[in-house]
Design a protein around this ligand. Structure first.
Ligand SMILES: *Cc1c(COP(=O)(O)O)cnc(C)c1O
Length: 389
C-alpha cells in the first residue's frame, strides 16, 4: 500500500544526506571528543564544525550554542536555569497557554516550588500580543517564555516585538523554536532573542539531539552536572554523531529554506482549500497567514479526530489529532481549547504536517481520501444527523 507521512510536526524522516554525514562518526571516528588523541580530536572537530554551522544559521556566535539531548531538555534547562540564576531579582515567569508540555509542565513544576507563573491566554488564532506580555511584567519578572511557532496549529508568534517589550523592562526572553528552526528564517541577534530551544529531529535530523542558544553573558548553572563538557554548561559525553547530524541537517534546511517553504506553503494552501471546499462544516484552526509553511489543522465537526486518524491510517495516511503526546488521552488538546474551540469541535481535529518529501500526488491522495472518510464517519454519527435534519 502507498504510505504517506503527514506527521512532520511530531518528527521528520532522517535525510539521507544527514545520515551520510553521520556515518563516519558512528563507525571509525568513535573517540570521546574530550580525548587528546586522534580519535578524540577528529570527533571534537566534527562537534565544533556542527556548532559553527548552527550558529551561522541562527546569526549567533558558536560560543553561544550548547548542545543538548533535544527540545525538551533545552526548554527545561532554560526555564529551571534562568529562575535559579536570577532568583535574587524575583520569582515570576510569564508564558502562554499554548506552549508545548516541555514548557507548560516545567512551569507547573516551578509553581510547586513557589514561583509565580502568569500563563497568558491567546486569541482565536493562537496569538499573544506584545502588549499582553508588557502588561504581565512586574519588577519580580525573571523571564518570559513564548514559543516561536505552535506545534499543533502552526501559528507564528510576533517574537521580535515581544523581545522588544521584554528588554524595555529588563526581562529575558526565551523562545521554544523547535517547530520554527529550519523551517522559517530566524536571526537571534536581529530578533532580540536571549535564549532559544531547538531540536534536530524536527528538521530532518536525528532524534535525541538539540541545542540551547544562550546569548553571551547569560551563564546558567548546568542542569546536568558531571564533566566539563559544553564549557561546563551541560555535562555528559557529547552525542558526536547526533551533533554532526544536527549540523548537517541545519545546513541543508537553511540552504533550501526558501524553495522548501514556497513549495510547502503552496501544497499547504491547496490542502486547506481542498478540504474546506469539499467537506461541509469544517473549520481551519490557527492563523490563516501567520502560519508555518507545513501546517494544516482542521476541525471536521460532528466526528471524532481519533476515528478520522484510524481510517486515514487504514488508507496509508499518517496524520495526527493534535500532538503525539496528547493522543491516547481523551482530553482534547489544550491548544485547541485555548483557541476557544468548544470541546466537541476540538475533538474533531486533524493535523496534517508536510515535510521536505511531500509531493503534489500526496496532496491529491489526501484530498481524495479525507472527504470519503468524513462522509463515512458522519453517516454513522448521530450528532451529524441531528445537525443536518
Ligand atoms: C517536539 C517539540 C518539543 C520537544 O522536542 P524533543 O526534541 O522531542 O524533546 C518541544 N517543543 C515543541 C514546540 C515541539 O514541537
Amino acid at each position: 500500500m502507498k504510505r504517506i507521512y503527514l506527521d512532520n510536526a511530531a518528527t521528520t524522516a532522517l535525510s539521507p544526506k544527514v545520515l551520510e554525514a553521520m556515518m563516519p562518526y558512528l563507525t571509525e571516528i568513535y573517540g570521546n571528543a574530550s580525548s587528546p588523541h586522534w580519535f578524540g580530536q577528529e570527533a571534537r572537530r566534527g562537534v565544533e564544525a556542527a556548532r559553527e554551522k548552527l550558529a551561522g544559521a541562527l546569526g549567533a556566535d558558536p560560543s553561544e550554542i550548547v548542545f543538548t539531548g533535544g527540545g525538551t531538555e533545552s526548554d527545561n534547562a532554560a526555564l529551571f536555569g534562568a529562575v535559579e540564576k536570577y532568583k535574587k531579582k524575583g520569582n515570576h515567569v510569564i508564558t502562554t497557554n499554548v506552549e508545548h508540555h516541555a514548557i507548560l509542565h516545567a512551569c507547573e513544576a516551578l509553581e510547586k516550588k513557589g514561583y509565580a507563573v502568569t500563563c497568558l491566554p491567546v486569541d482565536e488564532y493562537g496569538l499573544v500580543t506584545p502588549e499582553q506580555v508588557a502588561a504581565a511584567i512586574t519588577d519580580k519578572t525573571i523571564l518570559a517564555s513564548v514559543m516561536f511557532a505552535n506545534n499543533e496549529v502552526g501559528t507564528v508568534m510576533p517574537i521580535p516585538e515581544i523581545a522588544k517589550v521584554c528588554h524595555e523592562k529588563g526581562v529575558l526572553l526565551h523562545t521554544d523554536a523547535v517547530q520554527a528552526v529550519g523551517h522559517i528564517p530566524i536571526n537571534v541577534k536581529e530578533m532580540g532573542i536571549d535564549m532559544l530551544s531547538l531540536s534536530a529531529h524536527k528538521f530532518h535530523g536525528p532524534k535525541g539531539v538539540g541545542a540551547l542558544y544562550l546569548k553571551k553573558g547569560i551563564r546558567l548553572p548546568s542542569h546536568i552536572v558531571g564533566g566539563e563538557q559544553e564549557k561546563g554548561r551541560r555535562a555528559g559525553t557529547e552525542n558526536v554523531a547526533g551533533i554532526v547530524g544536527l549540523g548537517a541537517a541545519i545546513e541543508l534546511a537553511v540552504a533550501h529554506m526558501r524553495e522548501n517553504a514556497a513549495r510547502m506553503s503552496a501544497l499547504r494552501d491547496r490542502l486547506i482549500e481542498g478540504i474546506l471546499g469539499t467537506i461541509p462544516e469544517v473549520k481551519l484552526n490557527g492563523h490563516p497567514t501567520k502560519r508555518l509553511p507545513n501546517n494544516v489543522n482542521v476541525s471536521i465537526k460532528y466526528i471524532e479526530g481519533e476515528s478520522i486518524l484510524l481510517m486515514l491510517d487504514m488508507n496509508g495516511i499518517a496524520a495526527s489529532s493534535g500532538s503525539a503526546c496528547t493522543s491516547g488521552s481523551l482530553d482534547p488538546s489544550h491548544v485547541l481549547l485555548a483557541l476557544g474551540l468548544p470541546h466537541e469541535v476540538a475533538h474533531g481535529s486533524v493535523r496534517l504536517t508536510l515535510g521536505d518529501d511531500t509531493t503534489d500526488e500526496d496532496v491529491d491522495y489526501v484530498l481524495k481520501i479525507l472527504p470519503e472518510v468524513a462522509k463515512k464517519l458522519r453517516f454513522m454519527s448521530p450528532l451529524w444527523k441531528g445537525a443536518v435534519e
